[in-house]
Design a protein around this ligand. Structure first.
Ligand code: NAD
Ligand code: DAU
Length: 355
């Protein structure tokens, strides 16, 4: 299916920026990408700074808040939007525990606004793809995998807000016939991830010789997926997925958090040894557990694999090494993010409309 004017929301964030790159550089997408992003602390236009020059007329960036329905509606009209890939969200569980309000506005009301804008422009509209999370299913015990029919049981304000948005998207398909697809994905890692999430946080702390905070006993399990594999899965679903359907996306890479942290320490000790200090595992510090901490996530992505022919390419072993190398090779990006310099740059270029 060809899309002419694809609205990508949250395109300056971690997965959204990787997705736009995949589309323009690799996937053979021939249309125009309109990237709408509010530029919160998690959005960094530097992630895509080369694209406007390299793809003139095919990449447009608009600093906008999806919570503004009138603006979303106007953008659909002005740019002839015929498809949406919706990433924009507040995405960090710990932040949702401390300050849930923004999660309700952006993740629920923002999604509602985009659905309304799409409904108002239904003629010629081809697809609303909603990017969601496996956290909507709650927590697994030792056995079993999340499938598309696992009942929703979200445990954090973040996952509850994402669950709510999933229900809205599905309801717009059933009630209004809006063409939609939904994907629920496991933990992503890779380049351009904001260093509040486990893998970049531990990598950068370990490089700087800082404590490596591990919640609880470190035995919680996540199913890790390299971000480019996620982007390819989304594009596959957008092009070939059945409308109204949900597809689970996962990496078949279950790891205990402590094993991930050990892996990062060992790779760094090998490629960037510490002089005059012991192995980085010594920096591990067990800290107070996250309230409501989901114990295990694991995805059954056989529907996506058998129906649409997608499978992850990257193993966790190779992907983790690649990711660590990326953070080592992009130290300027890292220091601008860590120092907050990127926020100053955003304010100078776009005004202080973020947060
Ligand atoms: P991120 O936090 O890195 O990026 C979110 C982006 O959304 C940022 O660029 C931010 O500026 C933008 N944004 C936030 N509020 C906005 C608003 N009101 N209006 C416009 N833009 C706004 O998030 P991510 O990790 O790239 O996740 C992207 C999506 O994928 C989210 O919907 C998340 O729930 C989902 N997801 C993430 C993962 C993961 O492991 N990171 C896994 C599964 C699903
Ligand atoms: O499963 C998909 C979800 O994965 C996405 O929907 C979320 O947007 C994304 O943030 C991620 O959620 P998690 O809470 O699983 O990711 P996070 O990187 O915050 O934590 C991963 C695991 O590591 C989790 O069990 C908590 C633990 N952790 C995390 C941090 C930041 C630590 O032990 N120490 C830490 O400092």
């Amino acid at each position: 299916m060809a899309f002419d004017n694809l609205l990508v929301t949250g395109g300056c964030g971690f997965i959204g920026s990787n997705f736009i790159r995949t589309l323009l550089e690799k996937a053979g997408f021939a249309g125009r990408v309109v990237n709408v992003d509010k530029l919160t602390y998690a959005g960094n236009p530097e992630n895509l700074s080369d694209l406007e020059k390299r793809f003139p007329g095919r990449y447009v960036f608009l600093r906008e808040d999806i919570c503004g329905l009138e603006r979303m509606d106007a953008i659909f009209t002005e740019y002839g939007i015929d498809a949406v890939c919706h990433f924009a969200a507040e995405s960090h569980v710990d932040r949702s525990i401390k300050r849930p309000a923004e999660f309700i506005f952006t993740n629920i009301v923002g999604t509602f606004n985009l659905l309304e804008a799409a409904r108002n422009h239904a003629e010629g509209f081809r697809l609303f793809h909603h990017v969601s999370t496996d956290e909507v299913y709650g927590s697994l015990g030792k056995e079993g995998l999340f499938t598309e029919t696992t009942p929703y049981k979200p445990n954090s304000p973040y996952s509850a807000s994402k669950a709510s948005s999933d229900h809205l998207v599905r309801a717009y398909f059933k009630t209004y016939g809006l063409p939609v697809t939904i994907s629920n994905c496991s933990n992503n890692y890779g380049p351009w991830q904001f260093p509040e999430k486990l893998i970049p946080l531990i990598t950068l702390n370990a490089l700087e010789g800082k404590p490596l905070p591990v919640y609880g006993d470190g035995r919680n399990v996540r199913d890790w997926l390299y971000v480019e594999d996620h982007c390819e899965a989304i594009w596959t679903i957008m092009n070939k997925g059945r409308r109204g359907e949900t597809y689970n996306i996962g990496g078949n890479s279950e790891e205990e958090n402590i094993a991930v942290v050990h892996g990062i320490c060992d790779i760094l000790d090998e490629i960037r040894p510490r002089s005059g200090a012991g192995p980085r595992r010594e920096l591990i510090t067990f800290v107070k557990d996250r309230p409501g901490h989901d114990w295990r996530y694991a995805i059954d992505s056989s529907k996506l694999q058998s129906e649409l022919g997608w499978a992850p390419r990257e193993s966790f072993r190779t992907g983790l090494r690649k990711t660590i190398r990326w953070y080592l090779e992009n130290s300027q990006w890292v220091s601008r993010v860590q120092s907050g310099e990127y926020l100053k740059w955003i304010d100078e270029h776009y005004g202080s409309g973020g947060k």
